[in-house]
Design a protein around this ligand. Structure first.
Ligand code: NIG
Ligand code: FE
Length: 417
């Protein structure tokens, strides 16, 4: 780090004439720009050295690689802080049925839903699953995403949960997107244990978590706490085991019903509590006090058909750090398009474009415990950044549904996508 910041060593890459949004602090006030116009960014040894306003540029670096951004926007590489990419098959027919009025939980109770994807995922070979995950990571990169949190959760037995995490690890090698693995064996109860929930929890606690921790296959342990999934008490048991094995807690909380899962997230010191469409006022206070990051998933809020709006403004007003993610999964949110989620955060949740960008960069890095490495463009952070074909943060979300990524760098190296 010291040598990286040595002021006498020249940078090895200079980006000039850029509109840089460094995402160092959130800009809560709508209209208050978070952009530095005509900025220059210096990169050395794969890390950011400095972002300078043009008027501060003190030297010219004649022999150094330079990129003229021509007045276009540069931001940190995006961080997708909640995805479920390890699955086979698709549920397009359920999408159609929900549009025709059927309910997500009714479909799940009648042979569809998560358990249907479990059947398809168990039946897929390792190679097939790896190919699917690689495709999803490549699509994420095309939207300017350089770090992804990725969950298991469509195996739901020891063999298949471990297999999902191993396949994920293999799919990560030889491609540029960093993956933070999360164990989600507590997604729903598998068919085999429908009538003996305690036995499945025992499997998670005594077999899955110790083996996953021993093999270093996950950084986090997530539990889906909801009606039709795990109760608050069952989740507490899972998190106690995770803590003993060094897996940090994350949660699907207060999505389909208010079970006061957010309060549990605060109690166990979760890194993040995700979804939160039905969070209570007490839950909001609890997250603020315990400094749990809220991860909002506007795609998944549309998916089940009830079109709920997570209380983004209330969370922000309470001082909660708010991230936004895709929730890429075959049931409720079949998308890798994190920019579109930023647009939905603006248009449906009343977040300003600057808040939305912060939510898919710096706050998202907080949600996966990587805030000291990625998520903002400041001295010492990894030089993960994107040159976009737009000239402002507002324009990034205003023109929605497409990828504006033109060039992407990971650790100071340009990557192709
Ligand atoms: O995040 N909430 C739980 N899990 C997913 C849905 C998964 C599925 O339907 O396959 C979610 O929305
Ligand atoms: Fe999810």
């Amino acid at each position: 780090m010291q040598s990286n910041l040595d002021p006498f060593r020249p940078p090895d890459l200079v980006i000039t004439n850029a509109v840089v949004a460094p995402c160092v602090t959130p800009r809560a006030t709508p209209g208050l720009s978070a952009e530095i116009r005509r900025a220059t960014m210096l990169v050395r040894d794969g890390r950011v050295v400095e972002v300078l306003p043009a008027s501060d540029v003190r030297r010219s670096w004649a022999d150094v690689a330079q990129i003229d951004a021509a007045g276009y926007l540069v931001t940190p590489g995006l961080v997708d802080s909640h995805t479920h990419p390890v699955f086979a098959g698709n549920r397009a027919d359920e999408f159609e049925r929900r549009i025709a009025g059927e309910k997500y939980l009714d479909i799940a109770q009648n042979g569809g839903g998560i358990l249907r994807t479990v059947i398809a995922t168990r039946a897929a070979s390792d190679d097939e699953l790896e190919r699917l995950v690689r495709g999803r990571l490549a699509r994420a990169l095309s939207f300017g995403i350089t770090t992804v949190e990725a969950k298991s959760g469509y195996g739901l037995d020891t063999e298949n949960e471990l297999r999902a995490l191993r396949v994920l690890k293999r799919a990560t090698s030889g491609q540029p997107v960093d993956v933070v693995p999360t164990f989600l064996g507590a997604h729903v109860f598998p068919r085999e244990y429908r009538h003996d929930r305690a036995a499945y929890i025992e499997k998670i606690v005594k077999e899955m978590i110790p083996e996953i921790a021993f093999d270093g296959l996950a950084a986090f342990c997530d539990v889906f706490v909801d009606d039709g999934a795990f109760s608050v008490d069952e989740a507490r048991t899972v998190f106690a085991a995770a803590a003993r094995s060094g897996l940090k807690p994350k949660m699907h909380a207060d999505q389909l019903s208010c079970t006061h899962a957010a309060e549990l997230a605060a109690e166990v010191g979760a890194t993040s509590a995700d979804h939160l469409e039905r969070i209570s006022p007490e839950g909001i206070d609890a997250l603020a006090k315990a400094r749990v990051v809220a991860v909002l998933l506007p795609g998944a809020a549309l998916g089940p058909g009830d079109h709920l709006v997570a209380p983004a403004r209330k969370l922000l007003a309470a001082g909660v750090k708010v991230a936004v993610a895709t929730d890429l999964n075959p049931g409720t949110s079949m998308t890798e398009n994190l920019l579109l989620m930023g647009s939905l955060a603006c248009m449906r949740y009343g977040m300003s474009p600057s808040e939305a960008l912060y939510a898919i960069t710096h706050a998202a890095a907080n949600a996966v415990g990587l805030e000291t490495r990625v998520g903002s463009l400041e001295a010492g952070k990894e030089a993960d950044f994107v040159l976009w074909g737009v000239r402002s943060v507002a324009e990034l979300f205003y023109h929605f549904g497409v990828s504006h990524a033109v060039r992407v760098w990971k650790g100071g190296r340009e990557v192709t996508f």
